[in-house]
Design a protein around this ligand. Structure first.
Ligand code: PLP
Length: 481
């Protein structure tokens, strides 16, 4: 494709995306295809000659064959899982990154790729009110990871390095290292323990408060004491700010004091919720982080208008991270790295290669500014709080967990039905709404009971959309009562 062909075709693709956004609300939010349908519709063999395939043909195939299999995450009725925000500035930043085609594994392979990343992560420290210790101009620092799962894994690597004084990299780890997480912690923490070779048995599940679903520090202390008495090595506590199921917030200050006393690494997984701190009235979610967190991650790719993938990850002391992950083969040696004056981000992540992801985050922060990002978060939080008030005002429903942010978990009460049948009815409400094409909701279990998660966060969702979904939920429940 010549530059001129790229220019013309590129304009058409950008037009297609803009038109997609304009018509997104007319599409069924959840793809209705059956398993194998998209695959069966596509040619089984690749084209032998590329010359005959114009962009017209490819775009027609995109529309006819691929689009039916798309679930529209940017649809205002997308209220499932957690959001995966896209935005114009972010896409343009990503496009520039692709256009430059930079691979920023080393500072020397494109100095701006590393240094812009350091700057935007320092900006985020300021925007989110995170501790200055996370800034790149001290012993700590920040880096963009591909996902919170990846961040949780590298945090564990740093924790192992810290707790073993570096012998984890030469001697490996024995089964004696223990990781602590609550029953509400994201599964990626257990996956990290498995990937580190510790096995799922290294995971201690800390109890949670039955009402707030937040980790109970007293139980954590008890588990650590028991492991120490058994000559095991308490290594990392993964505390969550905004659990996946209900956005419960673990008491970081109390947990941190226990970690400090026991020499355990404290990692904070704030994947979804951390970015909410851009709003000063929500900064309390990070209470305790400044004093105690050794590492912290939050996803700009969930709720901060930045396309997947963009996990912001910080450490208080980068030596443990780079100590755990740095290996220097001869073919990567260069003068800048040898001088010690630069950061090579390949030493901060699993992969060697890395895209220029800072560009999209830079574009997002510059386009929206602190005010625009705050308005985005605050709008969704206000919508969720209003939804919760409507649910509470209807005696056929319960709000089942604290909802400090933009996720509301609710349960129809189904008077007269047993638990099992009531849960089945709740699932049937969700299935029926998802089949309608107007919205997409998912469920979770709270205290053993099936509940509806309404996760607000798509950039296009307005109060009107939330009101409509509440009306639909009530209608479905009425039809079954
Ligand atoms: N941690 C928490 C608390 C999450 O809610 C999630 C996903 O929802 C993850 C980790 C995994 O995020 P990612 O998809 O970035 O790996």
């Amino acid at each position: 494709m010549s530059p001129d062909e790229f220019r013309n075709n590129g304009r058409r693709v950008v037009d297609w995306i803009a038109q997609y956004w304009e018509r997104i609300e007319t599409l069924p939010v959840l793809s209705q295809v059956s398993p194998g349908q998209v695959r069966a519709s596509l040619p089984a063999h690749p084209p032998q000659s590329g010359s005959g395939r114009s962009l017209d043909t490819m775009m027609a195939e995109l529309d006819e064959l691929v689009m039916p299999g798309i679930t529209h995450w940017q649809h205002p009725g997308f209220l499932a899982y957690f959001p995966a925000n896209a935005s114009g500035p972010s896409i343009l930043g990503d496009l520039l990154s692709s256009g430059l085609g930079v691979q920023g594994m080393l500072w020397a392979t494109s100095p701006a790729c590393t240094e812009l990343e350091q700057v935007v992560l320092d900006w985020l420290v300021e925007l989110l009110g995170l501790p200055a210790a996370f800034r790149n101009d001290g012993p700590g620092g920040g880096v963009i990871q591909d996902s919170s799962s990846g961040a949780n894994f590298v945090a564990l690597q740093a924790a192992l390095h810290s707790v073993t004084n570096g012998t984890s990299i030469t001697e490996g780890v024995s089964g004696a290292h223990i990781v602590y997480a609550s029953s509400q912690t994201h599964s990626s923490v257990e996956k990290a323990a498995r990937m580190a070779g510790l096995g799922s048995r290294a995971l201690r599940v800390v109890d949670v408060d039955p009402v707030t679903l937040a980790m109970l520090p007293a139980h954590l202390a008890e588990l650590i004491r028991a492991d120490q008495a058994a000559a095991l090595i308490p290594t990392m506590v993964a505390a969550t700010i905004g659990t996946t199921s209900t956005t419960a917030i673990d008491p970081v200050a109390e947990i941190g004091a226990i970690c400090r006393q026991s020499g355990v690494w404290l990692h904070i997984d704030a994947a979804f919720a951390g970015v909410a701190a851009v709003s000063p009235d929500l900064r309390w979610i990070n209470d305790g982080v400044a004093d105690f967190a050794d590492s912290y991650c939050t996803d700009a790719h969930k709720w901060l208008l930045t396309n997947f993938d963009a996990t912001a990850f910080w450490v208080r002391d980068r030596r443990h991270l780079t100590g755990a992950l740095s290996i220097l083969p001869e073919y990567l040696r260069n003068e800048a790295s040898d001088s010690g004056a630069v950061v090579d981000y390949r030493d901060w992540q699993i992969e060697l290669g890395r895209r220029f992801r800072a560009l999209k985050l830079w574009m997002v922060i510059c386009w929206y500014g602190a005010d625009g990002l705050r308005a985005h978060i605050q709008g969704h939080v206000a919508q969720a709080q209003e939804l919760a008030s409507w649910v509470r005002a209807d005696d056929r429903f319960d709000v089942v967990a604290p909802h400090p942010l933009s996720l509301v978990c609710l349960r129809p009460l189904w008077p007269g039905w047993g638990d099992e049948e009531a849960d089945r009815l709740t699932m049937s409400v969700i299935d029926s709404l998802n089949g309608s094409g107007e919205c997409y909701l998912t469920h979770t279990k709270v205290a053993g009971r099936t509940v509806v998660r309404v996760a607000i966060g798509a950039p296009t969702t307005t109060r009107g959309h939330v009101a409509r979904v509440w009306e639909l939920i009530r209608a479905e429940v009425s039809a079954r009562s």
